[in-house]
Design a protein around this ligand. Sequence first.
Ligand code: PXP
Length: 388
Amino acid sequence: MPVLLNNKYSGPCQVCPALLIQKGEALLCLAGLKEHELSLLLVDDPAMQELNRQWRHKDKATNVLSFPQGSDDYFEQHPMLGDIVISITTAAHEAREQGISLHRQLTTLLVHGFVHLLGYDHERSDHDAEEMFGLEHHYLQALATRRKKMVKLAINVDHVATLRQARGIKEPDPVTAAAIAELAGAVGIVVHLREDRRHIQDRDVEILRQTVQTKLNLEMAAAEEIIKIALELKPDMVTLVPEKRAELTTEGGLDVVGQKSNLKKVIARLTKKKIPVSLFIDPDSAQIQAAKEVGATFVEIHTGRYADATSDREEDQEFDLIAAAAEEAYEAGLRVNAGHGLNYVNAGRVAALPTIEELSIGHAIMARAIFVGLDQAVREMMEVCRFA
Ligand code: PXP
């Protein structure tokens, strides 16, 4: 049941060919055509315009074209359903207009092209259109094994501890902040126990382990001293992050590819104690595959570059990277979280990605809490996620 993909698109949008191949294979299965071959061609708008002009006498680009395969001796032995051509340029434009990920739009176009190959044509009559769209809906539902509920919100309370440490006294207490965040609806509390103990202290994690009612996610470097604490403490999950002493906050994702054997051992030690491990990674295919190989349960996709983008174009490009990475990780069987730099303006778009389970947000919520109170700041972020 091979799906042959030819990627002739070389523009700026990030496409994950492996995902399209998987979806194409799933469609052949759903249609009972396991023995057939399907060819996918990804192009840009000028190439699509040329094909549309040549084959349909329409001198403009379009999103998807289907070319059913004729039958001859070769195809008797190698049944070929046909070719689907997709313009990534147009698909990306449509995805942006609808506020969905490029991969979601590519799936919709793939299904549309596929149903055309099966002989359906919405242009023939209203009845045919109804039949065709009904089948497309059915296939899209079958392919969509995604989160159906709203994204979960976990609150990082490190910055409450930062304020406390600035004075070296007892207030404000991150333990109190965690309780307020939970009462406001957060479903998880995140703390980063840094090796330099610049904000969260050992005392905090010990009390939080006793008091957090939802889920305690301990962020930490894969450093022996902290690993021992985690094994003893048994948080509900651990997120491994890179840690540099001079950084203001976690700067980049973990280099899982470069530290596979060490991370594999650390993850094995934690999972033996039934502590699931998440790896904080940049939206990068190689890091995702390595995360899977070393036995991570989750990845947390670093949203920092998306959050820091200085133009709409850059923000769109970074968002496409996150969307493609989340899809790829999800399809690889990893659970997917995301976080860093998310705020009341930029979080909605990430929250809407159906492959992302949970957002981890700290700074923006604490910054707003100074003015409106923590309870309200958490509730307002929940609203951003709810209506995403
Ligand atoms: N996720 C990870 C792995 C982090 O290191 C941080 C920062 O502590 C966050 C999420 C939250 O980032 P922010 O404070 O910018 O919301």
